[in-house]
Design a protein around this ligand. Structure first.
Ligand code: ACM
Length: 551
């Protein structure tokens, strides 16, 4: 049935199938109530079926018109077995509650594209699920997508919709990039100016930082703490962990604009800084002072209250050291701490928060620059500048999430054609992403076990709307999801033709859901964003260049 991501095993397909109708009941044992609610509210709404509660365990009684959810301790975490028979209806067994939920996602795909709508378009027409058995489990425990809501804010409804799309593709980590130079997006009660000042910018650079064009209107927005609670709860119901990112000590100009004392006040007039209105690596980084450390502890105290995730992402990327080199206060700090240089000062900063998080039962994860100057022992690494840092970290016994920019940065263009909007970054086609391999073959089994999984990163400098995010993210996130979930062979042996064939059915699901994906033939006229007159692609983005090969 053209399932995506491809399951491990599909067997026993025969003539005929189970018909879901108004009499079909939904039976859930304790511990599977989340999926029961999801099936009723989502599939029930899409198909116009009540899916009335039935008695759990009653399937043996011979009444086969039921969808039955249960747990099976013989199955692994997140694994499921979906069985469709004439005798017992639809049974979904999960190794845990998450497994039951992923089984329900498979059932949705088996029901056809109408199951991806929000209301029935063919009421009264029965929905058939072919008799079969599907057995499945994920390759990785960390199957993620990062969304940058700082460069362009996505409103709460957009985030909830994004979580629905992750769930539909069996992705289970939402890395929420909440703070950056261009906007602070999470309410912090103790420090209200972070959002009063830090969540708005006066104007926005159009295209790449080298572009001379601006969108001369204010941009901004933020999530209240109740919005965050809602997002986290919505994700949890879908077995998605929300990993918040508070980026330090770089990428902090929005925070410094709100609280100038956080910056290096002896080298820049931080009181004159505003939320940044262009792109690139920003020189205005946090001062390595007690003031900024205490401030961020206070921020994180509220973050920990809101996010149950074990991992808390503290960024750590792209922190230029020039201000620390020029700052007498930073140099005195280096002296006082007895560290060798500015890199070690950053390490000290990250180590401080690693200890702070560990003492509270959490773990720090950061971009791979946190390896420079020595990494705190329990910290994990998001390997983004290629594979090398991830390999070094895994070999040193650190957990790693592989997300190399050359492979899975979905802001990068998906074709070299002239109509591709905002031509930033490498060309990474759907097939390139399908052949991405998260575990470099040179890792020993012991080091490879430190690869927790993988995530695709959606940076939004050139994605000012939900449609733009959809366009850049889909269909490539679908290929990524199969890489993260399915037991695929080595990149060169992957059957892209078969994936492309299954995509034909999957595009109909995305259409029904309402995703503005990039069509296989290239952007539709309204999706095109040619370089403005007088500007070349080079003005708006990095030169068109081939991406390095997959490992
Ligand atoms: C990054 O792309 N700066 C993590």
């Amino acid at each position: 049935m053209d399932l995506i991501p491809a399951p491990r095993l599909v067997a026993g397909s025969s003539e005929g199938g189970f018909l879901l109708d108004a009499g079909t009941t939904l039976r859930a044992v304790p511990g599977t109530g989340g999926t029961e609610r999801w099936l009723r509210s989502t599939l029930g709404a899409a198909l116009g079926l009540p899916l009335a509660p039935g008695e759990p365990g009653a399937t043996d009684s011979g009444d086969a018109n039921a969808v039955s959810l249960s747990l099976d301790t013989g199955l692994a975490a997140e694994a499921y077995r979906l069985e469709v028979t004439a005798e017992r209806g639809i049974e979904i067994r999960g190794g845990d509650a998450a497994g039951v939920f992923w089984g329900a996602q498979t059932l949705r795909q088996l029901l056809g594209p109408d199951a991806f709508r929000r209301a029935p378009v063919r009421p009264g027409v029965p929905h058939s699920v072919p008799y079969q058995v599907v057995e499945d489990r994920p390759r990785f425990g960390w199957r993620g997508m990062m969304l940058d809501v700082s460069r362009h804010f996505m409103d709460k409804d957009g985030v909830l919709r994004c979580l629905d799309l992750l769930a539909a593709h069996k992705l289970n980590v939402f890395h929420f990039h909440l703070t950056d130079d261009q906007g602070w997006r999470i309410e912090i009660r103790r420090h209200p100016r972070l959002t009063e000042v830090g969540s708005w910018r006066a104007r926005t650079k159009y295209g790449h930082r080298a572009s001379p064009l601006w969108d001369e209107k204010p941009h901004g927005g933020y999530y209240t703490q109740d919005d965050i609670r809602e997002i986290v709860a919505y994700a949890a119901e879908r077995h998605i962990t929300v990993v918040p990112e508070i980026d330090v000590p770089g990428h902090s100009q929005a925070a410094i604009a709100a609280y100038p004392e956080l910056g290096n006040t002896d080298v820049v007039d931080t009181a004159a800084l505003t939320v940044w209105d262009t792109w690139g690596v920003n020189p205005n980084v946090l001062a390595p002072s007690e003031t900024s450390v205490r401030f961020y502890e206070e921020v994180l105290e509220e973050v920990l209250e809101l996010f149950p995730s074990t991992f808390i992402h503290l960024g750590g990327d792209e922190c230029p050291k020039e201000q620390w080199k020029d700052s007498a206060a930073a140099q005195a700090r280096i002296e006082e701490l007895g560290v060798a240089n500015e890199d070690e000062l950053q390490s000290w900063f990250i180590r401080h928060f690693d200890r702070w998080l560990t003492a509270r039962g959490r773990r720090l994860i950061g971009w791979d620059e946190i390896l420079e100057g020595g990494l705190a022992p329990g910290a994990a690494v998001s390997s983004w500048r290629g594979y090398a840092a991830g390999i070094a970290a895994a070999e040193a016994g650190h957990d790693v999430v592989m997300c190399p920019e050359q492979q899975v940065y979905l802001d990068h263009r998906q074709d070299g054609g002239e109509h591709e909007p905002m031509p930033i970054g490498f060309v990474r086609t759907l097939e390139d992403v399908y052949r991405f391999e998260p575990v470099p073959p040179q890792l020993t089994p012991e080091a490879a076990a430190h690869v927790l999984g993988t995530q695709a990163n959606v940076w939004t400098e050139v994605m000012e709307s939900r449609d733009r995010v959809d366009y850049q993210t889909f269909p490539r996130l679908v290929a990524f999801a199969e890489v993260a979930w399915s037991a695929l062979p080595a990149p060169a042996e992957r059957d892209f033709a078969d994936f492309a064939r299954r995509m034909t059915a999957h595009y109909r699901r995305l259409d029904a859901f309402g995703v503005a994906y990039r069509p296989p033939g290239g952007p539709l006229p309204w999706q095109r964003r040619p370089a403005p007159a007088g500007l070349t692609a080079r003005d708006l983005g990095r030169p068109i260049e081939g991406a390095p090969p997959n490992v």
